[in-house]
Design a protein around this ligand. Structure first.
Ligand code: HEM
Ligand code: HEM
Length: 234
């Protein structure tokens, strides 16, 4: 057995922050009411997390990069025949990573345009008008079901690996390291990347997008109309 570095710290932080935020967003969305402001804030944070992950997939360490794990049908078939060797996401797992990221992004994006029909509207809802915003509301309520199914499949796959294939995938997602059978990762997977500068630039860009998603770049509301002074009675 060989001890190999699998996940960098940013990926691990991203993953567990995403899990906590999705759980809170889901629960607060269901409860609604006064929690809606916190629901929305968590949603902006999730927007930032997803943008971070997309950019880190370009400039992060090798196992984080989409180019290193997103593969075509031939590689997926080879994986299913038991012929895949490597570390990080396998070619089939890569599909679930893309689906999870895509659906989380859609859920958060539709939230930005929705409204709760009472006192809250998403920061971008005014851009699309009430009718379309109501439609976003029903999409937002629908996509959560797809997300629920995907998360269930995701956790089931992790449990399958743990109990049937006797491979603990959770520990590397916590510690960053895995113990793999002694087939070293191909050179492309051991190349370094994802330095401090790349990390800081990625965080800054993600924070910028989250700020814009939260309505930070919306034009200021027009000044409140002051009612004309009541004319004196004489
Ligand atoms: C709201 C629930 C969850 C969401 C949205 C979610 C999302 C994700 C995403 C997007 C990835 C890809 C990581 C990356 O490359 O950036 C991932 C990987 C992973 N997740 Fe989750 N996850 C959730 C819950 C969980 C839970 C509860 C566990 C543990 C029981 C878990 C364990 C893992 C592991 C071990 C991996 C790495 C899989 C591999 O080795 O290919 N996740 N998850
Ligand atoms: C990935 C992030 C998000 C998740 C997982 C999520 C999840 C949910 C869920 C489960 C509901 C309840 C839907 C229903 O059954 O009626 C909901 C409702 C809602 N969400 Fe989100 N949401 C997210 C992001 C956002 C964002 C960014 C905003 C706005 C800034 C937002 C605004 C709303 C509003 C206004 C409602 C309606 C509440 C009501 O009708 O009482 N959501 N969300």
């Amino acid at each position: 057995m060989q001890r190999q570095r699998v996940w960098d710290l940013p990926i691990r932080l991203f993953h567990w922050l995403l899990v906590a935020s999705i759980v809170f967003a889901y629960a607060s969305g269901q409860l609604g009411g006064n929690l809606i402001e916190w629901h929305a804030r968590t949603g902006y944070f999730i927007v930032g997390l997803v943008v971070f992950r997309l950019l880190w997939g370009l400039v992060g360490t090798p196992t984080a990069r989409f180019a290193s794990f997103v593969r075509g049908p031939t590689a997926i078939a080879a994986y299913l025949r038991g012929e895949w060797r490597g570390i990080g996401h396998n070619p089939l797992g890569a599909l679930s990573v893309l689906a999870l990221l895509g659906l989380v992004a859609l859920q958060a994006a539709t939230g930005l345009f929705t409204n709760d029909d009472i006192a809250f509207e998403g920061p971008l809802a005014a851009w699309v008008g009430k009718t379309l915003s109501d439609r976003f509301h029903s999409w937002h309520a629908w996509i959560q079901n797809g997300l629920l199914v995907l998360v269930a499949v995701h956790v089931a796959a992790i449990l399958f690996y743990a109990h049937v294939r006797k491979e603990n995938l959770v520990k590397p997602m916590i510690t960053g390291w895995s113990h793999t059978p002694s087939h070293p990762a191909p050179p492309s997977e051991t190349r370094r990347g994802g330095g401090v500068v790349a990390f800081l630039v990625t965080v800054a860009l993600s924070a910028g997008v989250a700020y814009a998603a939260a309505g930070g770049l919306n034009p200021p509301p027009p000044p409140a109309q002051t009612p004309p002074a009541a004319s004196p009675g004489w």
